[in-house]
Design a binder for this molecule. Structure first.
Ligand code: PHB
Length: 390
């Protein structure tokens, strides 16, 4: 059916000879420019986001409303706001994209806000999770999460389960500051006490001294947010070497730290760690089964929550293209995103029409060994959680 629509548009363009007319000028292609971290020490961000998007296209085809969908992937490296800005400009001016998407890192998303506003460019955040991002441009929509959204349930779960003295350790930038503040606010409101706080730099952190400080302050637990990738693995190494688990200091984290990609590498060291997040590979649903099957056709490696962000972001974009019958206008596209419902691999998602952020379930999970592999097994659900950061 899409193929017939595609041929029809081609014929119409030919017959009417509408040289530079928008609907036909872009030919019959809709271009989606992706700004993602494809190389460097955070390359697993881009790997997951882009392959998640490709998995959606594999499953649903690459033609929508008669238009061929083209992905243009630009590598931003790591957290590099200046590069992100240049790439956004290039995508808009040179490649003439219809949508921009991607963004593992907050600083990259924040950097493009003035550019996408000026160009009225619908821009889909597939991971970057500092609460404030969507307030920086009316052309941002976020299908992923925010740190306050995943952190607050952890503070509530910890208090309900008897924890009263907790130390917090976060990465020293936007999402880390959000997470630290959200944890403290929710935990102290319930009567808990934050006995110490550490912020670690994004670049080459040496975790030993931080972890020793945590041990010395003798909390019942430590709550940790670090962006996925090498940092959580390095933290876990120090946590084990310095004997925190043996000292009875429980590890509570957001799902970024207990990322599905590194579970097998962490092995027994992470068994029993409790985390809160919007997605686990182990989530039991037909939608997740379909996602995992589609992803496996693209890459043999296990996907993580960023891959689901890429997949759901494409689902949202396909939905908008269908609603607009293939003729993309920035304001109409943003109106179409607002209030959209997605049957995500993580569960139901609603794009809040007021904030353009995802309202979704946040799950409490425990790392368990199933057969010869390690998983975040969900055991409790906070339903339809909104970003409490706004
Ligand atoms: C972010 O920079 O917003 C970010 C990066 C990685 C995460 C979460 C948030 O795992």
């Amino acid at each position: 059916m899409f193929r017939i629509g595609f041929v029809f548009v081609m014929l119409l363009c030919g017959i009417l000879a509408l040289s530079a007319d928008q609907a036909c000028a872009a030919g019959s292609t809709i271009k989606i420019g992706m700004i993602a971290e494809m190389t460097g020490s955070f390359s697993d961000f881009g790997f997951n986001i882009v392959n998640g998007a490709k998995a959606y296209m594999k499953e649903h085809g690459d033609t929508v409303a008669g238009k061929k969908i083209e992905l243009i992937v630009k590598d931003v490296g790591g957290p590099s706001p200046e590069v992100a800005k240049r790439l956004a400009q290039e995508l808009i001016v040179k490649d003439k994209v219809d949508f921009i998407a991607g963004f593992g890192f907050t600083p990259n998303a924040l950097a493009v806000a003035p550019i996408i506003t000026e160009a009225k460019m619908p821009t889909v955040i597939m991971n970057a999770a500092t609460s404030i991002i969507t307030t920086k441009s009316p052309y941002f929509v976020r299908v992923s999460m925010t740190l306050p959204q995943t952190t607050e349930p952890m503070a509530q779960w910890a208090h309900k389960n008897g924890y009263r003295k907790i130390y917090t350790l976060v990465a020293d930038y936007g999402p880390g500051h959000d997470s630290e503040a959200a944890f403290k606010k929710a935990f102290t409101k319930l009567g808990g006490q934050v006995v110490g706080e550490s912020r670690v730099p994004l670049k080459n952190p040496e975790f030993g001294p931080y972890v020793q400080r945590i041990k010395d302050s003798k909390p019942q637990a430590v709550f940790v947010f670090l962006p996925a990738g090498e940092m959580p693995v390095a933290f876990m190494k120090s946590y084990n070497e310095r004997g925190l688990a043996k000292a009875g200091i429980k590890l509570l984290t957001t799902g970024d730290v207990m990322n599905d990609n590194v579970q097998d590498a962490l092995g027994d060291h992470a068994l029993g760690v409790i985390s809160t997040h919007h997605y686990s590979v182990d989530h039991k649903s037909p939608e997740n089964k379909a996602f995992l099957a589609a992803f496996a056709k693209i890459e043999p490696q296990r996907p993580n929550y960023m891959a689901v962000g890429g997949y759901d972001g494409m689902a949202a974009i396909y939905n908008v293209i269908k609603q607009l019958k293939g003729v993309i206008d920035g304001d109409k596209a943003m109106a179409a995103f607002k209030g959209m419902k997605l049957n995500s691999p993580r569960g139901p998602v609603l794009i809040d029409p007021a904030t353009r952020d995802a309202i979704e379930n946040i799950y409490v999970r425990e790392v368990k060994k199933i057969g010869s592999h390690y998983y975040n097994v969900e055991f409790e659900t906070f339903k339809a959680v909104k970003d409490p950061g706004k």
